[in-house]
Design a protein around this ligand. Structure first.
Ligand SMILES: [Zn+2]
Ligand SMILES: [Zn+2]
Length: 177
């Protein structure tokens, strides 16, 4: 089936139920660690879950202000810091944005592949050995890593399709739809 490029937009973000389940999981996880998913932390997490891709801090702040007009940048940054330290979200250095962790509570972080155009992030889960091997080589080199994340830069399938001019070529007529 031929799909026009402008219909290729994905609508695969979580349903309300999945969102609620994820937030409940994060809530339980924080409680187990003796911490609290305060309303502001919860809202920032929900925004990231809803977005489904890497989101800049100022976009989160704007969305926050749409709901809570007096939300200040420090509150949002503190919430992000908390979510980062709890391992619930990742900071994506290459595009300076944040994304929710693929695995909200088990904290077995994978290797992140980040689309440099749209901010879509895929967390590769089967990379434990690769990660272990990288870490031991880093250790052998005498370095100490400044962060946990391993981030690869990429262009996602949707952005590749949008970029490829061949995909839009029409060298014959189509019957009216
Ligand atoms: Zn993760
Ligand atoms: Zn993309």
């Amino acid at each position: 089936m031929n799909t026009p490029a402008n219909a290729a937009q994905s609508h695969d973000h979580s349903s309300a139920d999945a969102l609620q389940a994820a937030v409940t999981m994060a809530d339980d996880y924080c409680r187990e660690r003796g911490q609290k998913l305060t309303p502001i932390r919860r809202t920032v997490l929900e925004l990231l879950l809803t977005s489904g891709r890497a989101t800049k801090a100022y976009t989160l702040l704007d969305e926050m202000r749409a709901m809570h007009p007096n939300a200040s940048p420090p509150t949002v940054y503190r919430a992000l810091d908390f979510l980062l330290s709890a391992g619930l979200i990742h900071r994506i250095e290459s595009i300076n944005a944040f994304t929710v962790c693929h695995d909200l509570t088990h904290c077995q972080h994978g290797v992140l592949v980040v689309c440099q155009q749209c901010g879509r992030v895929t967390e590769l889960q089967q990379q434990k050995q690769l990660r272990q091997s990288l870490l031991s080589q880093v250790e052998a080199s005498g370095y100490k890593l400044a962060g946990d994340d391993i981030e690869l830069k990429g262009i996602c399938p949707a952005c590749q399709a949008a970029e490829d001019p061949g995909a839009h070529k029409h060298d014959h007529d189509h019957a009216a739809h």
